[in-house]
Design a protein around this ligand. Structure first.
Ligand SMILES: NC(=O)C1=CN([C@@H]2O[C@H](COP(=O)(O)OP(=O)(O)OC[C@H]3O[C@@H](n4cnc5c(N)ncnc54)[C@H](OP(=O)(O)O)[C@@H]3O)[C@@H](O)[C@H]2O)C=CC1
Ligand SMILES: N[C@@H](CC=O)C(=O)O
Length: 438
């Protein structure tokens, strides 16, 4: 057995407290798996006053810098950009390996941090940053490094999946379910990051960078959250055989010589309709699932708990064991630079499929006026369904549900804009993209 390795933990919240309890509770196992005893040297927090069950008060400090300066392994689970970024850089520069779960930081400063780790000859691991307990970072970074990933489609935010699932299954109200997700430790410190799609977008940036070996940052990801998903949209989706899920989609976009388009990468996050028979429709609660398509491997699916203290700590502890083993064996850290420079393809150029629910006037000629709007934009309609409830009949209104074939996003969005101006359209009740249809 070599010298003990000093592990500094930055943060003792939902995730950090679970990591600490595991490191303190199973020291023999970690020593046996790494070849060195892992000594939790301290835990940085903001406040020393809070009750922290199972955490010895003597380990807590508000001096994160001093803790980092004296560590072999730094585990950053405090979240946010600063001081997390400076502390990680200082840890790497002083020769410590770093484990982090901080997707927001990686999606903005990943290139800088990965380079700093390489320059210092140490490791930076971040399995927990995407999809909680699910091993997805290492499979993309290592196992699939010799393949060519073409597409990733995933549910990567536990909080929004928990909310949408409860709205679908129990007809719950959005705010009530968000509070429950916060209590269960799924949500970010600022839950707007979950609800507005920024957390999923950060994960999409990380996944795209790994999968396509090209730098993709948070700003490169098109993002729409679930704030506008109403109980009525959820109900309408159910009636029509769909479920609404917040999806992250990362795609390699092939060159189109005829259109003079260079190859590129599209990364986007939005709520979409999934047919109820699709495997992603069965992802319930705070679970996540990630489908990966690669040229040689074909289709792969990764599934598991995407948020919460215990699931996330599993991924972090795996990274700690991995970096500790490397320190025991010696040698440089691995380096997975983003070697490519693919262009980021704007959403407007991406083919998608729309599902539009309209409140229209119930009179003759309305259907043809509506379908003409789609035709004028070159958007082909797959199906139209008209229903008239008793109340609608009494008010001279009807509901039209229109599904399109795939068409470029700019044409679809333009069509919806034109529909708003049509005098026979009273209201556009819902517009959602369809993903995963046969
Ligand atoms: N919760 C989850 O399911 C998952 C979270 N993550 C990521 O893990 C990280 C931590 O998340 P989570 O545990 O939920 O967050 P919490 O808000 O529960 O915990 C944050 C911890 O960091 C401490 N902290 C925050 N800022 C500072 C600072 N400036 N100096 C010292 N300590 C500080 C807090 O101290 P104090 O206790 O005194 O307030 C707290 O202990 C985030 O990056 C998050 O995105 C990743 C995957 C899943
Ligand atoms: N807030 C995040 C936590 C895990 O990354 C989520 O809900 O998925």
């Amino acid at each position: 057995m070599t010298q003990p390795l000093r592990v500094a933990l930055l943060g003792c919240g939902v995730v950090g407290s679970e990591v600490a309890r595991q490191l303190l509770g199973r020291p023999e196992e970690f020593a046996a798996r790494t070849g060195a005893s892992l000594e939790l040297s301290g835990i940085a927090v903001r406040s020393l006053d809070r009750e922290r069950p199972g955490i010895p008060a003597g380990l807590l400090t508000t001096d994160a810098r001093a803790l980092v300066a004296d560590a072999d392994i730094v585990v950053e689970v405090m979240g946010g950009i600063e001081p997390a970024r400076s502390l990680i850089l200082s840890a790497l520069e002083s020769g410590a390996s770093v484990v982090t779960a901080n997707k927001a930081l990686l999606a903005q400063h990943g290139t800088e941090l990965i380079k700093a780790a390489h320059d210092a000859g140490v490791r930076l691991e971040y399995e927990a940053a995407v999809a909680g307990a699910i091993p997805i970072v290492r499979p993309l970074d290592d196992s699939l490094a010799g393949d060519r990933v073409t597409r990733i489609l995933g549910i990567v935010n536990g909080t929004t999946n928990f909310i949408l699932d409860k709205m679908d299954a129990e007809g719950s109200a959005f705010d009530e379910v968000l509070a429950e997700a916060q209590e269960l430790g799924y949500a970010e410190a600022d839950p707007t990051a979950d609800v507005d799609g920024h957390d999923a977008a950060a994960k999409a940036a990380i996944l795209s960078s790994l999968a396509f070996h090209t730098p993709v940052q948070l700003d490169d990801v098109h993002v729409e959250g679930i704030r506008d998903v109403s109980p009525q949209s959820v109900e309408l989706a159910r009636e029509q055989g769909y479920v609404i899920k917040l999806l992250a989609i990362c795609e390699r976009v092939a060159a189109d010589d005829a259109a003079g388009m260079e190859p590129g990468v599209s990364a986007r996050v939005y709520p979409a309709l999934i047919p109820r028979g699709h495997a992603l429709a069965a992802v319930r609660g705070a679970y996540n699932a990630v489908f990966v398509q690669a040229e040689q491997a074909g289709s792969l699916m990764f599934y598991g708990q995407g948020a919460g203290g215990a699931p996330t700590s599993s991924a972090i502890l795996g990274d700690i064991v991995s970096v500790a083993r490397r320190r025991v064996l010696g040698g440089r850290g691995k380096y997975s630079p983003a070697t490519g420079r693919l262009r980021i393809v704007p959403l407007d150029e991406i083919p998608t499929q729309y599902h539009v629910t309209l409140d229209v006037a119930d009179k003759s000629g309305v259907l043809s006026r509506v379908t003409e709007v789609f035709a004028a934009r070159g958007v082909s309609i797959e199906s139209v369904r008209q229903t008239v409830s008793e109340q609608e009949a009494a008010e001279g209104r009807a509901t039209l549900v229109i599904s399109t074939h795939r068409s470029v996003e700019s044409a679809l969005a333009g069509t919806v804009g034109d529909l708003k101006d049509l005098d026979v359209v009273n209201d556009i009740r819902a517009t959602l993209r369809i993903e995963g249809a046969a």
